[in-house]
Design a protein around this ligand. Structure first.
Ligand SMILES: [Zn+2]
Length: 285
């Protein structure tokens, strides 16, 4: 594996690039994988609020600002809330892979990862009539075999790592590098405004951050990245940000980011396709 650093290069002479992204995890994750969620209905309902209740509001807000977005969705969520997930696609947004029940790929062997991807691809075809080109690691990290498995399933980009604020290419043992669109915890709504009990988050049940300061932080991150002509994506979760009070943060954030005309707002797959094309790679996989 070889990593190739790239200088930013954006279409239509735009200075910076913003790819809004939401992780529609629903109730999937560790508690579902260890089955404890089935004796913790409150926690299940906390997660279910995302696809069941918050998603529609988010889609409406994105419409209001004509902003494109990518939703990384565990296939179990698509199977459980198919109509809500179909609406994401019908309203012009992208859906990317995010595990079946939000597995940590780092903990799975090659065969197990393959089966998660195979099951996910089947569900994407069955309920959405498409397969995904993008992938975001659920629960943090990937295994040494993950990249070649993603390539086998036609994935052209990942948005999982942290080490840069420009897209970069990861070269495998073939002619199709994987584009990495790195994110950052500073634009993860969990790190400032998530609050759940049993399991406790934040640990010790401290207070969440101020909504006003959260908005301000996100605006600083956007301004800094765009001023330097870089790439930015978000790790927002509908079950966290898609509640009426928090949606005001997002509305004001969208007002702020749409105030610039030198930014390319794009879905992850469009950014990845642009990067590959600009470097002379054929996107047809
Ligand atoms: Zn997730």
């Amino acid at each position: 594996m070889r990593i190739e650093r790239l200088e930013p290069l954006w279409p239509n002479s735009k200075k910076g690039c913003m790819a809004l992204a939401f992780d529609l995890d629903g109730p999937t994750g560790d508690a579902m994988l260890n089955h404890s969620i089935w004796c913790n209905p409150e926690y299940f309902s906390f997660g279910g609020y995302g696809p069941f209740r918050a998603l529609g509001r988010l889609l409406d807000l994105l419409d209001d600002f004509t902003l494109p977005a990518t939703f990384f969705v565990p296939a179990w969520v698509i199977k459980t809330w198919p109509n809500q997930c179909k609406e994401i696609v019908e309203r012009g947004h992208e859906i990317g892979y995010h595990g079946y029940k939000h597995e940590s790929f780092f903990t799975l062997d090659r065969e197990q990862q393959f089966r998660v991807m195979e099951k996910s691809q089947h569900i994407f075809w069955k309920y959405l009539g498409q397969q995904a080109k993008g992938f975001r690691t659920p629960s943090g990290d990937w295994h040494k075999d993950t990249l070649s498995i993603l390539s086998d399933f036609g994935v052209i980009y990942s948005s999982s790592m942290r080490g840069d604020d420009r897209p970069y290419l990861i070269h495998l043992n073939n002619n199709h590098p994987l584009v990495e669109l790195p994110g950052k915890w500073e634009l993860d709504d969990y790190s400032s405004i998530a609050y759940t009990r049993n399991p406790n988050f934040p640990a010790g049940l401290d207070r969440t951050a101020s909504y006003r300061l959260t908005l301000e932080n996100w605006c600083f991150e956007f301004d800094g990245a765009m001023d330097e002509g870089l790439f930015l994506t978000t790790l927002f979760h509908p079950k966290i940000i898609g509640k009426p009070g928090r949606l005001i943060i997002l509305e004001k954030y969208f007002e702020h980011i749409c105030g610039r005309n030198d930014v390319w707002f794009a879905k992850g797959k469009n950014v990845a396709e642009w990067v590959l094309k600009a470097r002379g790679y054929n996107n047809e996989r």
